[in-house]
Design a protein around this ligand. Structure first.
Ligand code: URA
Length: 318
């Protein structure tokens, strides 16, 4: 019985440390707890009681909640069980309704690229701010691909499929991206694929996506920058306006039609903006496909890949 009570005490302490100041108990539970405490107290060695005993049964608040449960004030700790609580410890958790905090400092450890990436992946998957913003049962999404990849594709944010699978670009846009990569003579596993955002910007429904806010993008940018640092690709391909804005900084005057296909730079690495595969899905014309394809040929040439005559003729009108 003492062990079970100790477990209850530990649980209450953990809740208190997380900032919980009150718990609700049914009358029956409160009675059982009292009986258990008296029984354990009677059996205990009086010398060790103060160190191991569970807290004194909690004080009840005068007005119980309407659902019949009772409010119990948690003790402040052993030996201070009856003192009123002075200040709640700061909660360690980050709530979804809190404003997005300033960007985190990401200090990559020294070591092999694979180890550094594993460290970074763990850091992002455990990021409390990211986790507070994914819906229950959904996942924070980190980049995928070899750390030796020469080409780094960067998209916007996970969508519905991605937050379920925890992998970027696995939905319809991802399938198209995989085809584009295939057209370049590469497999998906030979390139790195990441996103500006590590979580799906919150939507009231499971369908549709919204662009991330400037604060959301700024928060995730150090994680993306660190992925770029580890991979050190020869080229970054920014897929769509959000990726361009995230990587190059927002510019309200920027138009994708003007910046796509022209070289820029991020962290000293050549960056080529092109249309997002979702845009291609919505604008399924030979002309748009050819524009993206010309961008991909530029990428191939930049990393030193040969471009065949057949590849040169893709999406050309006859
Ligand atoms: N669109 C993106 O920008 N990223 C994904 O991971 C999926 C769809």
């Amino acid at each position: 019985m003492r062990e079970e009570l100790q477990a209850v005490v530990e649980e209450l302490k953990a809740m208190r440390d997380a900032g919980v100041s009150h718990v609700y108990l049914a009358d029956g539970t409160l009675g059982d707890l009292r009986a258990a405490v008296s029984a354990a107290g009677a059996a205990a060695d009086p010398e060790s009681a103060s160190a191991a005993a569970p807290p004194t049964p909690p004080r009840r608040e005068p007005t119980p909640p309407s659902d019949g449960a009772r409010e119990m004030v948690l003790p402040m700790g052993e030996g201070r069980a009856r003192e009123p609580r002075k200040a709640a410890p700061k909660p360690a958790r980050h709530g979804p309704s809190e404003p997005v905090p300033p960007p985190p400092a990401v200090d990559l450890p020294a070591g092999e690229a694979a180890e550094r990436m594993a460290w970074l992946r763990k850091r992002v998957l455990e990021c409390p701010v990211c986790n507070a913003r994914v819906k229950p049962g959904k996942k924070v999404v980190f980049g995928v691909g070899p750390v030796e990849a020469e080409i780094f594709f960067c998209g916007e944010a996970p969508g519905a499929e991605e937050e379920v699978q925890g992998e970027p670009f696995v939905g319809p846009a991802g399938q198209l991206l995989t085809k584009i990569i295939g057209g370049m003579g590469l497999s998906r596993g030979e390139v790195y694929i990441g996103n500006i955002m590590n979580w799906r910007p919150e939507m009231p429904t499971s369908v549709g996506n919204r662009p991330p806010t400037a604060e959301e993008m700024a928060f995730c940018l150090p994680y993306l920058r660190a992925q770029v640092e580890v991979v050190a690709p020869k080229v970054i391909v920014a897929l769509g306006k959000t990726a361009v804005d995230g990587l190059l900084g927002p510019d309200p005057k920027r138009k994708m039609g003007q910046v796509r296909g022209k070289w820029h730079e991020f962290a000293g690495i050549p960056l080529l903006p092109t249309f997002h595969p979702s845009y291609l899905l919505r604008n399924d014309t030979l002309r748009t496909k050819r524009m993206v394809w010309e961008d991909m040929m530029q990428v191939m040439e930049r990393v030193g890949m040969p471009v065949s005559e057949r590849q040169r003729s893709y999406f050309l009108t006859r």
